[in-house]
Design a protein around this ligand. Structure first.
Ligand code: NAP
Length: 494
C-alpha cells in the first residue's frame, strides 16, 4: 500500500489485555487500512504471535511508560521486541524519538515511524524538533502534542507546510481541541489518522470517524462547519448536521470546535476557512463583538447561536426562537392571547420569551431569582409570577430549567399537583420524555419534548448556511441515535 498520498489512510489502534486478544481485535478491524498493534498494553507481549496471519499492514508499537505508554519492562527488552518486529517484516515499527534507538533507524529507516509525544503542550522548538526528526532518515515522522486550544491545530497546520511533498508524516493534536487533526488529516498532509479507544489522547472510534464525520470523503474542498463553545461536553449537533450533509450529498463536515475563547475560534476559523458554526455557552454573548452583522432578533434575545461567513464577513443569527416556535406552528397552537408560563430565566427562557412576544402571547415568568425573572418578563412585556404557577393559570407551560435532565431524570421542576389540562413544552431533550411530561400527561395535558426544538433550530442553521432545508426526520434520527449512545457510554468524546 502506498502511504505517500493526498488521501490519508485510517490506522486503527488496537489495545488488549493479552496477545491472543490483541490478535482477535486486530482481525475485527476490517475498516482499517492499517492497524497499530500496541504491544505495551498486553501482559504477555509476543511479537511473533501478534504478527502471525495478519491480512492488513501493521504498525508495531511498544510504547515506553516515559512516553505515555504502558510498557514497564527494561529498555533492552523493549528494543528487542521492536527489532524482532522489524525482522519479521512488520510494515512499520514505531520508535520514540527520545529512545535513541539510532541503530534501528539506520538499519530499517523506511519502515520506522519516528514518534514524539508532548503531553504538556506545543513545545517552543516544534519546528526545530521536526527538523531533527526528519534528518534521522526515518520513513515516517509522527509528532503528537497536547492541544489545549484550537490555535494549537493552526500551529500544526503551519508546521505541515514545512514538509516536502515526498515526505511522510503524521501530525496530531491530542485532546478534544485537537480533533480536527484526526478528522481533517487530509488538510494536515498526514499519511494516516489514528482511531481507537485511547480516549486520554483524544482518539475517537473508527465508526465515529467513518460514519459520522465521513472521513473517507473529506478532501481539500470539503466545507468546514462546527459547534463552538467551551467546554462542549456531549452534543448531538455534529450527528444531526453531518447526517444532513450526507443525506443531501453535500461536500461538508461539521466538527465540535471547543474554543477556549472567541479569539481562539476566530484564529482556527481563519486558518481552516470555516464557513459557519453553531455557537453555545459561553461564546453566545462574547461573539457579538466579533461579528459584523447581527440581526435584531439576536439583539433582542441578547445572544446569537449561529454564525456564518458572508462576503468575507461574519454574520450572526439566533435560530433558537424559530426552533422553539416551529413545533407550536406544526401543532397549530394559537399563540395570540394564549397565557404562557415560562419556568426559569436563563438563556433559553430569553429566546422563548422573545418568540412568544412576537406571537402575541401573554407571558408570565416563574423563576427562583426574581430579578432574572423580571428581566426575561420585560422582553415579552410580561409579568413575574409565583413559583410554582397556579394550576389553571396557563394554557401553555414551557420548562426552561434543566430540572429533569439526564442523569437526574426523576426530578421535575413542578410538583405533579401543580399540573392540569393544557400544553406542556419541556425544552429538555435528554431524556426524550421527562418526568414533567409524564406527570403532565397524567394530568390531562398534551406535551412537546425538547428534541423538536433542537431539530428545528438546527434545520434553521443548516438552511441559512447552505440554502437547503434538511429533512427533520434525518436530523431527528441522528440525534436520537447519538443520545442513546451517550446514555450507554458516558465516555463518548462528542
Ligand atoms: P441556563 O441559562 O443555565 O438557565 C437555567 C434556568 O433554570 C435558570 O433560570 C436557573 O435559575 C433555573 N434553574 C436551574 N436549576 C433550577 C432548579 N433546581 N429549580 C428552579 N430553577 C432552576 O440554561 P438554558 O440554556 O436556559 O437551558 C435550560 C434547559 O433548556 C437545559 O436543560 C437545556 O438543555 C435546555 N435547552 C434546550 C434547547 C433545545 O433546543 N431543546 C435549547 C436550549 C436549552 P438560576 O439562574 O437561579 O440558577
Amino acid at each position: 500500500m502506498d502511504f505517500v498520498t493526498t488521501t490519508p489512510r485510517l490506522c486503527v489502534t488496537i489495545t488488549a489485555p493479552t496477545t491472543a486478544e490483541l490478535r482477535r481485535r486486530r482481525d475485527l478491524a476490517v475498516e482499517a487500512d492499517l492497524v497499530e498493534l500496541r504491544l505495551d498494553t498486553v501482559s504477555d507481549p509476543d511479537v511473533d504471535a501478534a504478527l502471525a496471519g495478519r491480512t492488513s499492514p501493521v504498525i508495531v508499537t511498544c510504547r515506553a511508560s516515559w512516553e505515555g505508554g504502558r510498557f514497564a519492562g527494561a529498555e533492552v527488552e523493549r528494543k528487542a521486541i521492536l527489532r524482532r518486529a522489524l525482522e519479521l517484516g512488520a510494515d512499520f515499527v514505531d520508535i520514540e524519538w527520545r529512545a535513541g534507538f539510532d541503530d534501528l533507524i539506520a538499519e530499517f529507516g523506511p519502515r520506522i515511524v519516528l514518534s514524539s509525544h508532548d503531553f504538556d503542550g506545543v513545545p517552543s522548538d516544534l519546528a526545530g524538533q521536526a527538523h531533527a526528526m526528519r534528518a534521522t532518515g526515518a520513513g515516517v515522522v509522527k509528532m503528537a502534542v497536547k492541544a489545549s486550544r484550537l490555535a494549537d491545530c493552526v500551529t500544526l497546520l503551519d508546521l505541515s507546510r514545512t514538509f516536502g511533498a515526498d515526505e511522510r508524516f503524521v501530525l496530531l493534536g491530542m485532546g478534544d481541541a485537537g480533533l480536527s487533526t484526526r478528522v481533517l488529516a487530509q488538510r494536515f498532509g498526514s499519511a494516516w489518522t489514528y482511531a481507537g479507544s485511547v480516549r486520554d489522547v483524544g482518539q475517537i472510534s473508527a465508526r465515529l470517524l467513518l460514519d459520522q464525520f465521513r472521513f473517507r470523503s473529506i478532501t481539500a474542498s470539503t466545507a468546514i462547519y462546527g459547534l463552538t463553545g467551551y467546554p462542549l461536553g456531549h452534543s448531538v449537533s455534529p450527528a444531526m448536521h453531518n447526517a444532513a450533509f450526507d443525506a443531501l450529498g453535500l461536500d461538508a463536515v461539521y466538527l465540535p470546535l471547543p474554543a477556549s475563547d472567541v479569539d481562539d475560534f476566530m484564529a482556527f476559523a481563519a486558518a481552516f476557512g470555516v464557513k459557519g458554526a453553531s455557537v453555545t455557552i459561553p461564546h453566545k454573548v462574547a461573539l457579538f463583538d466579533k461579528v459584523q452583522d447581527v440581526d435584531t432578533l439576536s439583539r433582542a434575545v441578547g445572544a446569537l447561536n449561529t454564525i456564518s461567513v458572508r462576503d468575507g464577513q461574519w454574520s450572526g443569527r439566533n435560530t433558537d426562537v424559530a426552533g422553539f416556535l416551529q413545533p407550536l406552528r406544526e401543532r397549530k397552537v394559537r399563540l395570540p392571547g394564549c397565557r404562557v408560563s415560562i419556568l426559569g430565566a436563563g438563556g433559553s427562557a430569553r429566546a422563548v420569551a422573545v418568540g412568544l412576544a412576537g406571537e402575541g402571547a401573554v407571558v408570565t415568568v416563574h423563576a427562583r431569582d426574581a430579578q432574572k425573572a423580571q428581566a426575561v418578563a420585560s422582553l415579552a412585556g410580561g409579568t413575574v409570577g409565583a413559583f410554582p404557577p397556579e394550576p389553571g393559570s396557563w394554557g401553555l407551560l414551557v420548562n426552561c430549567t434543566p430540572v429533569g435532565m439526564q442523569p437526574k431524570t426523576d426530578a421535575s421542576p413542578l410538583p405533579a399537583a401543580a399540573l392540569g389540562p393544557g400544553l406542556v413544552y419541556d425544552l429538555i431533550y435528554n431524556p426524550g420524555v421527562t418526568r414533567l411530561m409524564r406527570d403532565a400527561t397524567a394530568a390531562g395535558s398534551d406535551t412537546i419534548g425538547g428534541l423538536d426544538m433542537l431539530v428545528g433550530q438546527a434545520q434553521e442553521q443548516f438552511e441559512w448556511w447552505t440554502g437547503t432545508r434538511p429533512s427533520a426526520g434525518v436530523m431527528r434520527a441522528a440525534a436520537e441515535q447519538r443520545l442513546s449512545e451517550f446514555n450507554v457510554d458516558e465516555n463518548h468524546l462528542v
